[in-house]
Design a protein around this ligand. Structure first.
Ligand code: BTN
Length: 241
């Protein structure tokens, strides 16, 4: 599978037959021109958020890493903008009912189809890594996962369309005025106004209602015990899917 649509719109492009992690490759190659893209259909040691792994069988998942421009205005909400770009791209290839779970998981009826890991390097460059499940052979990597093939009638060849749509959306979002980017996030994070369960960094699990996302990308939650919490990171589950 080639990526002509993606390759045509980035300044530097590599399609790796196999790699441990496209984020690691991009990190090793920095400095890279903004919006350089590294892809692989066979990522063997994919990293996920919160120290997790991103697992996929060869050929069944697309790993995409993009070097973001430095010193752009929307630095604080970049991980959410990457999620929003991935959401729009998933919808753009036909999964119209996909939604964005804070901070940047793309779900279809509660099942994850795409995930984002943004890594900030000591130089200040951010590498945005996005994984998209294309299909599953036998078992799915995690229980609540879905793939493009399960959601779209003819998904062959859509990986390139998805990646190029994502790139175009991401460029627009990153370059937009901060208040517009924030508004776009607020309008699209499906977690807002939902009851949620949170696994926080202290190892505690608690529940509440997600009220909003602030201008720094934090989730504003009113706990069911009445306390208001600003969540900068953590694992959120939508209750009552
Ligand atoms: C998550 O949902 O926890 C984030 C998954 C991110 C996976 C992508 S695949 C491309 C890039 N390279 C990695 O090692 N991880 C990200």
């Amino acid at each position: 599978m080639g990526f002509p649509l993606l390759a045509a719109q980035v300044p530097f492009f590599i399609d790796l037959h196999s790699t441990n992690s496209t984020n690691s490759v991009a990190t090793d190659l920095v400095p890279l021109p903004a919006y350089s893209a590294i892809v692989s259909m066979n990522q063997t040691s994919g990293r996920g958020r919160l120290g997790r792994t991103w697992l996929a069988e060869p050929g069944n998942s697309l790993a995409l890493s993009i070097a973001l421009p430095r010193q752009q205005t929307n630095q604080e909400i970049v991980p959410l903008l990457v999620g929003l770009a991935a959401l729009r791209a998933v919808r753009g290839v036909g999964v119209s009912h996909a939604e964005l779970k804070w901070p940047n998981d793309i779900l279809v009826k509660g099942q994850k189809i795409s995930g984002v890991l943004c890594e900030m390097l000591p130089t200040g460059t951010v590498i945005a890594g996005i994984g998209l499940n294309l299909r599953f052979a036998d078992e799915r990597p995690v229980a609540r996962a879905t793939s493009l093939a399960e959601q779209v009638a003819d998904s062959d060849g859509l990986a390139d369309s998805w990646a190029s749509l994502l790139l175009a959306e991401l460029r627009t979002l990153v370059a937009s005025p901060a208040h517009e980017a924030h508004r776009a996030v607020q309008a699209n994070v499906a977690t807002i106004n939902r009851p949620i369960e949170v696994d926080d960094f202290g190892g505690h699990r608690w529940a509440g209602t997600a009220e909003d996302v602030d201008s720094q990308g934090r989730l504003i939650v009113t706990r069911f015990d009445g306390e208001s919490v600003l969540l900068a990171a953590g694992d959120v589950h939508h209750l009552y899917q």
